[in-house]
Write a protein that binds this ligand. Structure first.
Ligand SMILES: Nc1ncnc2c1ncn2[C@@H]1O[C@H](COP(=O)(O)OP(=O)(O)OP(=O)(O)O)[C@@H](O)[C@H]1O
Ligand SMILES: [Mg+2]
Length: 229
């Protein structure tokens, strides 16, 4: 802000440099924040690259705003710039689930965590939203609460396939990265199926698939994938 001492963004350390995004921590108007920048992919056609960057960024922002309105826990959006593919959001203090599961976590605590994940996933789905990239790097444990991040591949949908795919992505991640938790998926599914659905509202334009139908679709997807292997 010109004419005042207040700096809108103070950049701190780089937290992450992935295939798609570069993430910095810092302060947005004095509040702990994250700058997420989608890098230019040189091997992609520039127009396609810009389109993908824009669509992922807008999907992420659209979903975060929607979730915020519905009172679903997620990082608050502070600012976006579609032109340069940058967004600023609140920083969630905590540890990613990938790190937590790789630490010395007790079975009691990991069981509790899987149960909470099943619950929050059902809550997300009952908002009419699928995550699209539900891996343990996109889950932060903050004050023993679960906060989902990275909504660039999320969708507002009522199609059971998209809901089943959230389970499938999570299942593949757990199998590949966390083989020492063979019962994780069972625990997550149990809790997803038993999460109370009455407290959630219905939405205009469609009905969220029943939890048992989502799980049945996940089993179907698993079978399809096995068949094609
Ligand atoms: N709001 C946030 N609060 C705290 N940490 C965050 C936040 N957003 C991102 N991070 C950290 O940065 C990492 C990468 O962010 P994110 O998952 O959004 O990017 P990405 O799209 O997966 O990037 P890539 O696909 O290139 O790996 C996360 O795993 C997390 O550690
Ligand atoms: Mg991510």
């Amino acid at each position: 802000m010109r004419g005042s001492n207040l700096q809108v963004w103070i950049e701190g350390n780089k937290l992450h440099e992935g295939a798609e995004a570069i993430v910095f921590e810092g302060f947005w108007l004095g509040k702990p924040a994250i700058k997420k920048f989608r890098r230019v992919r040189k091997w992609r056609h520039p127009e396609l690259d810009q389109r993908l960057t824009k669509s992922r960024l807008s999907a992420e922002v659209r979903t975060l705003l929607k979730l915020q309105n519905l009172g679903f826990p997620c990082p608050p959006v502070y600012h976006i710039n579609l032109k340069d593919g940058t967004m600023f959001m609140g920083k969630i203090e905590g540890i990613t689930m990938v790190k937590l599961l790789q630490s010395n976590i007790s079975t009691h605590d990991s069981d509790k965590l899987f149960s909470k994940l099943g619950k929050i996933l059902r809550r997300l789905h009952l908002c009419g939203i699928t995550h699209g990239d539900l891996t343990t790097t996109n889950i932060i444990i903050s004050d023993s609460k679960i906060i989902l991040i990275d909504f660039g591949l999320s969708q507002s949908t009522y199609e059971v396939e998209a809901f089943g795919l959230d389970f499938h992505v999570l299942h593949e991640c757990l199998q590949a990265t966390h083989p020492s938790f063979p019962d994780a998926m069972k625990k997550i599914i149990q809790s997803y199926l038993s999460s109370d659905e009455k407290q959630f509202k219905e939405f205009e334009g469609g009905v969220v698939p029943l939890s048992k139908d989502v799980v049945a679709r996940f089993e179907q997807i698993k079978g399809r994938v096995r068949y094609h292997d």
